[in-house]
Design a protein around this ligand. Structure first.
Ligand code: NAD
Ligand code: ISE
Length: 343
C-alpha cells in the first residue's frame, strides 16, 4: 500500500516536499497537512492529490485517515512537541533539520524514542543524499588517499531572510557542515573556534556575516567552514578534503560550461531548493522505501543531538571569540552503530 504522509508546516520546504511526494517519487501520497496558518495549509492541501485534509493542529493531521508517517517542516522551535506527538502515535518521522534547536530538547526526544524501543526518527540532513557528497564519502571511506587531515568548506547563500540572526549562521546554516563533517570523516566534532572578519556591507545591519568556523575532531582532523549568507551572487556549497596522498573537492557545479565572446563560464544555483533538488528527492525516496519496508536508515536522533551539541558550543564560541569544547552526552547503546559508519 502507498504510504500516507502528514506534512507538518507548509512553508517553503513543506510545500516543496508536498510537490515531491505527489509528483516526483512513487509509493507515497500526502494524506494530510497542518500549518498554524490555516490559509496556507488549505492552499497547499489544494495542490496535493484528492482526499488530502488541511489542519491547524499537527496532532489532528497525524490522526487523519490514511496517515502512516509524518514529515515535519515547521520551524525548529516547534519540532520537539511535534516529534513527541509522532512518537506517541508510533509513527515514522522525517524531520527537517534541526532536530531541535538545543541539545536538552534533543535528549528528551531521544529518551522518548528509546522508550518506544525502536528507531522512528530520521533527521533531514539531506547532504548525505547528494550525489557528489556520496562520491566524496566513498572516496574517503575506502582509504585510497590515506587519512583525511583537513576539510575545507564553503557555504554561501545569495541573501539571508529578514529574520536571520548572527547565531543562525551557526545553528541554521553551519549545522549542515557539522553533520556532513561527522558523516564524511566518521569522527565527532570536539571543539569549535569562530573567527569574524569585518561584516560585509552587503549584510543587514547587525548581522555578523561572513564568519570562519573551525572544528577540531576526535581523530585529530581540522574542518574549516566559511559561512557567508549574503554573498549576493548565488548559492554555493563546496567541500575539499585534504588527505595524506591526495585531495578531493565537490560542489564546483561544473554542469554546463559555456564559451562565448572571449569568456568561459557556467551558472550558479540561486538557492538550496535548486542546488540540492536531487538530494531532497533521493532523501525522500529512500525514506519512503525504508519506511514501507519497516526500516529506519538515515541520520538518527543521535545525529540530530550531536549537531545540536556542536551548535551550542559554536554559538558560545561565536560570542566569546575563544575555542570552546563540545559537551556531549554518552551515546546510548540504542543508537549503535552510529548511522555514519558503514555497516
Ligand atoms: P517557512 O517559514 O517557509 O515555513 C514554515 C511553516 O511552518 C510556515 O508556513 C509556518 O506558518 C508554519 N508553522 C510555524 N509554526 C508552526 C507550528 N507550530 N506548527 C505547524 N506549522 C507551523 O520555513 P522553511 O524554510 O520551510 O523551514 C522549515 C524547516 O525546514 C526548518 O526546520 C528549517 O530549518 C528547514 N530547512 C531545511 C533546509 C534544508 O536545506 N534541508 C532548507 C530550508 C529550511
Ligand atoms: C537553510 O535553513 C538551510 O537549511 C540551507 O540548506 C542553508 O544553506 C541555509 O543557510 C539555511 O538558512
Amino acid at each position: 500500500n502507498p504510504l500516507g504522509i502528514a506534512v507538518i508546516g507548509t512553508g517553503r520546504m513543506g510545500a516543496d516536499h508536498v510537490r515531491r511526494i505527489d509528483r516526483v517519487i512513487s509509493g507515497a501520497y500526502v494524506a494530510a497537512v497542518a500549518d498554524v496558518d490555516e490559509g496556507r495549509a488549505k492552499e497547499v492541501a489544494g495542490t496535493a492529490g484528492p482526499g488530502c485534509t488541511a489542519h491547524t493542529d499537527p496532532a489532528a493531521a497525524m490522526d487523519a485517515p490514511g496517515v502512516g508517517a509524518v514529515l515535519i517542516a515547521s520551524p525548529g522551535a516547534a519540532h520537539e512537541a511535534q516529534l513527541l506527538a509522532a512518537l506517541e502515535r508510533d509513527l515514522p518521522v522525517l524531520c527537517e533539520k534541526p532536530l531541535t534547536p538545543d541539545p536538552e530538547a534533543a535528549l528528551r526526544v531521544m529518551a522518548a524514542e528509546e522508550a518506544l524501543g525502536h528507531r522512528r526518527i530520521q533527521v533531514g540532513f539531506m547532504r548525505r543524499y547528494d550525489h557528489e557528497y556520496r562520491q566524496l564519502k566513498h572516496l574517503l571511506a575506502d582509504g585510497r588517499y590515506g587519512r583525511p587531515l583537513m576539510l575545507h568548506c564553503r557555504h554561501r547563500n545569495t541573501v539571508s531572510h529578514p529574520l536571520f540572526t548572527t547565531e543562525m549562521l551557526i545553528n541554521d546554516s553551519v549545522v549542515h557542515e557539522m553533520d556532513a563533517a561527522r558523516w564524511l570523516l566518521e569522527q565527532e566534532l570536539t571543539a569549535v573556534t569562530v573567527l569574524r572578519p569585518v561584516p560585509s556591507s552587503g549584510a543587514p545591519d547587525g548581522l555578523g556575516d561572513p564568519q570562519l568556523v573551525i572544528f577540531e575532531t576526535s581523530g585529530g582532523a581540522l574542518v574549516d567552514v566559511e559561512i557567508f549568507v549574503n554573498c549576493g551572487f548565488g548559492y554555493q556549497v563546496q567541500a575539499e578534503a585534504v588527505c595524506e596522498r591526495g585531495t578531493a573537492r565537490i560542489g564546483d557545479a561544473h554542469g554546463l560550461l559555456t564559451n562565448t565572446a572571449g569568456r568561459w563560464g557556467g551558472e550558479i544555483a540561486d538557492d538550496f531548493i535548486v542546488r540540492f533538488a536531487d538530494a531532497y528527492d533521493r532523501q525522500l525516496r529512500e525514506w519512503v522505501d525504508a519506511t514501507r519496508a519497516g526500516r529506519v536508515t538515515g541520520p538518527s536522533a543521535w545525529d540530530g543531538y550531536a549537531a545540536a551539541a556542536v551548535c551550542a558550543a559554536g554559538v558560545a564560541a561565536q560570542r566569546s571569540g575563544v575555542r570552546t569544547p563540545v559537551e556531549m552526552a554518552e551515546r546510548p547503546a540504542f543508537y549503535s552503530p552510529v548511522s555514519y559508519v558503514r555497516t
